[in-house]
Design a protein around this ligand. Sequence first.
Ligand SMILES: [Zn+2]
Length: 486
Amino acid sequence: MSGAAYESVIGLEVHVQLATRTKLFCGCLNVYGADANTNVCSVCTGQPGALPVLNGFALELAVRAGLALGCAIASRTKFDRKNYFYPDLPKGYQISQLERPVNGEGSLRFVNEAGEERVVRIARAHLEEDAGKTMHPDGDRSSLVDLNRAGIPLLEIVSAPDLRTPQEAYRYLTELKRRLRYARVSECDMEKGSLRCDANVSIRPAGATELGTRTEIKNLNSFRNVERALAHEIERQTAVVEEGGSVVQETRTWREDEERTETLRSKEEAEDYRYFPDPDLPEFELEEERVDAIRAALPEMPDVKRARYVGSLGIPEATADVLTADRDAAEWFDACVAALPDGGDAKGVANAVTGVVLALANDQGVSIADLRLTPERLVEVVGLVDDGTISRQAARKVIAELDAGDEAPAEVVERLGLAQVSDEDALGATVDEVIAAQEKVVEDYRGGNENALNALVGGVMKATKGKANPQLARELLIRRLGGAGG
Ligand SMILES: [Zn+2]
């Protein structure tokens, strides 16, 4: 009865690489995929006498992230040296922040898998530099070190142990990434390593307040793997406890191929990094005016947008979710709403954006912002559907044509002859033909099968090459066939 007897306690540590042009303390480029050791200098390779100079834009991005996560921004901040030895760390220490992180406590709000609103506290989000990369080529007795990554700015975002299920962890990460991308802080691309995640997890008797012994899981390369690794680790810990054993505090690694976690290193002794203030980087003040200016430039965050779409525009939650998943899509939709006439059909526009326009952008492999189609044109097309000029089906064709050329919607409708047949006499003849041709379906409908009517409407649409007004076709069919249940 593990499910009910125990609850799990999860905390996540997320590292994101900040989207700066250069590294955190030197002028070397912050780019992905360059030849090994081509973006290095005396500072990021730790040569004696080389002095770090803080990248002001990295600091701005860190503050931007903090504001997007509702963090308290420090009035004074400083850097500390975290000492450890590893071949990919040439200085013998990493410049990080221990005592005065840029961002203090914050919180992230999201809806969990049970549809409940959850608020997860963020303990801190501090700046630090990335380390280099060590590689161990197969069949080679030597190891190689690439220092291109050394000194790239990272923001480490530490959550409080407020997450309770692997699914919540997945949703927390999704919302975190969404916000950081809205704030244009980082690409948050796990495949390129610009977002990395470690997970801490422990179990305890359901309802207990004390924390159990936790393990840390590393090498999680996708949000799905975070979710799966946590589920497996919770299962493993539960089995250990139920067999009378106790969980050992350690670092574990996720073996995706074998679907299990395994010990990486024991963590019985706390690591001592001998932190101390970096004498090369004095403590400094973060002026309130500067923070206010960064706050003022932030876009509306996705949760606020989503609430607005659902609350004041009457858009279904699932559609609002799709619209706000990406900032470009949401802003494109906002431009549509701005172009809508009074009392316009915001819901119809939302459906067209999520159902047609996003697919169009996807097919072309571009951002919605780069389409030739404009929000104003889309609003016109939705207007044509609403006033009965064209069908929804025809609207898809019109939208695709608009993206391929410079015509006005009405011109496309005219050129392709897509105007809907809303004339009863004209449509009546087709309806009669469909009824005559589909005896079996007609019989089903008369026998009480409501779905058969949809098949008949489909027949009329097909016969008219999508030009029939489906509402009218339906009415005519019901009238001729004696109506549902009548
Ligand atoms: Zn450098």
